[in-house]
Design a binder for this molecule. Sequence first.
Ligand code: FAD
Ligand code: UDP
Length: 362
Amino acid sequence: MQYDYLIVGAGFAGAVCAEQLANAGKTVLLIDKRPHIGGNANDTRDENGVLIHPYGPHIFHTNSKRIIEYLSRFTEWRFYEHRVLAVVDGDTYPIPINRTTINRLYGLELSEEQVEGYLDSVRQKRDPIRSSEDVVLNSVGPDLCEKFFRGYTRKQWGLDLSELSASVAARIPTRTNDDDRYFGDTYQFMPSQGYTAMFERMLANPNIMVKVSTALEDIKHQASWNHMIYTGPIDAFFNHCYGALPYRSLRFEHQHLVDCQQFQTTGTVNYPNDHVYTRITEFKHLTGEEHAGTSIVKEYPQVEGDPYYPIPRPENEALYKRYVELAEARKDVTFVGRLAQYRYYNMDQVVGAALSTAKGLL
Ligand code: FAD
Ligand code: UDP
């Protein structure tokens, strides 16, 4: 069969492109080498019937009205503001660092204004700000950096804060008030029936043929198409001809606790300095489900395994740019998504990138 488009990868990048192109009357073959749709945002019920995220916790947040409105065509939403505690020296503190964190940690009773003054007195002015270390020292100084950031970062990336671009630590704000939400975005919601149900509705158009458990290599001789959209790792597409682009992987250890209503008081607890894993997430907080037991996941960062995170640092960006040159020469293929664009994108940013890509093709 001849399709207008082959789309490789059924995560947000691939599914949004498929939906937009099919809606415009194009025929689309959407494949994924994994046995399901949704990419890393896929969710499913575990053997105890609890809705879990097999590839780690996914919380939707965006400042874009356009993107939340677009996705609202495929799902209803459950209001959910994510909160995270970090365990430091046996006690739990809100992260991002806020007024409560500082007062509790140092036994102080500072007002918002005084917290600003306190941070001014401990921060180390850095100019220019290039690395994640610059970001953290410039905003909270060395003690808070060691307690909350350096160990977590070393575990998560296998690198020191000083070896990562500023954009990584800049994801975490510093607050002087009592706001203990992890994200500050205008829209913070979870799809009420889950992500997979949302993807199913996105892909319901009869112009879209979905084939899971199918890799690009499998389909090459079975179908033909006029144009390809590729959302996998860009270096793999070009057979790693300039060498492998580093991606960070994770091992997820899922666990169900029978007869445990609640394992922890917030959706996620971070362990910056203890344990091999970085954080534990309890899914019932995210989904609002009720169940006699509860399901949790621990994240163990590792080098080997599926690529989950591009690693933002200048030398990786330089290598990526060489692959971009090859990509630009391929007029028959468009590259979009977190792995294909080697960008530390959140879900909403991938949706935005995919909407622009589809618009550009139509
Ligand atoms: P993916 O979801 O990775 O989809 C790409 C797909 O391509 C994959 O399913 C893969 O199997 C397939 N593929 C690759 N190569 C081939 C091939 N050769 N043939 C066939 N198929 C192929 N974002 C948020 O906004 N909020 C969060 O809370 C959040 N938490 C996260 C937690 C973790 C642990 C991780 C790893 C990411 C998190 N993200 C979060 C980011 C979010 O997962 C991504 O932004 C988004 O899922 C990326 O979508 P994508 O389509 O670009 O890539
Ligand atoms: N980070 C940290 N301590 C924390 C939380 C985050 O040092 O308690 C740093 C760490 O380098 C992490 C980055 O900030 O990788 C981004 O954190 P985020 O929670 O956004 O990571 P993600 O959810 O994408 O894994």
